[in-house]
Design a protein around this ligand. Structure first.
Ligand code: 5GP
Ligand code: ZN
Length: 135
């Protein structure tokens, strides 16, 4: 499979690896948005979070939990992000969690700044979504 992150897992291409578990690894992003931008990925190739087994998912997020305090110590605040699908901004189609150190002087703002306008939903639209998404 021609996947950059699978090649990092296999050692075919180099990366600044930080930590490994049986099912996940973390390493420095090669094109960081901030000093200390880290990626955490499952070793197996899956495009989306929901494609992983719950065991792989638990392992991935336990590694995020382990690494987040190290990353967070760099600036005191961290953005966690997953582009879960191409239209969500995913360029590498292998699940990865971004850990990006943030500071008040960076220009990124809050997640709300990604969207142009505030969405106004009617009560029936909200009820329909609630019905569609709940257990
Ligand atoms: P996406 O936009 O898919 O959520 O993010 C992919 C991330 O992978 C980007 O932040 C990009 O900088 C990083 N990346 C792309 N190619 C490489 C690579 O070869 N090595 C490492 N360490 N990171 C990479
Ligand atoms: Zn892959």
């Amino acid at each position: 499979m021609d996947c950059i992150f699978c090649k990092i897992v296999s050692g075919e291409i180099p990366a600044k690896i930080l930590s490994k578990t049986s099912q996940s690894i973390s390493f420095l992003d090669a094109f960081p948005l901030a000093k200390g931008h880290v990626l955490v990925i499952p070793k197996n190739h899956h495009q989306k979070i929901q494609d992983m087994s719950s065991d792989e998912n638990a392992d991935l997020f336990s590694l995020v939990h382990k690494i987040i305090s190290r990353v967070d110590s760099l600036t005191g605040s961290t953005l966690l992000a997953v582009h879960n699908g191409k239209d969500a901004g995913q360029e590498v189609p292998h699940v990865h969690v971004h850990l990006v150190p943030r500071s008040s002087s960076d220009s990124a703002g809050a997640i709300h700044n990604m969207f142009d306008s505030e969405l106004k939903l009617t009560e029936s639209e909200i009820d329909e979504l609630h019905h569609k998404l709940k257990d």
